[in-house]
Design a binder for this molecule. Sequence first.
Ligand code: FES
Length: 74
Amino acid sequence: MTLLNAAEQAGLEGMLMDSSCRNGTCRTCISKLTRGQVHYRIEWPGLSLDEKREGYILPCVAYPQSDVTIELPV
Ligand code: FES
């Protein structure tokens, strides 16, 4: 499941993680991955190459490949 779905199941969505489109285009859910790895099933989520290199992810379309720690926008 996606990180956003996992957050919802844990009861965190809405309290900590905002979302809108849920398909990787609006960037509402943008967060920074500080530990672990994710992968995407869509060709190119709405992130620039520089953002991806800096660790930004879109949890609505990001699938964890390990335990992860993410930093949410304030
Ligand atoms: S909710 Fe729109 S990009 Fe994640």
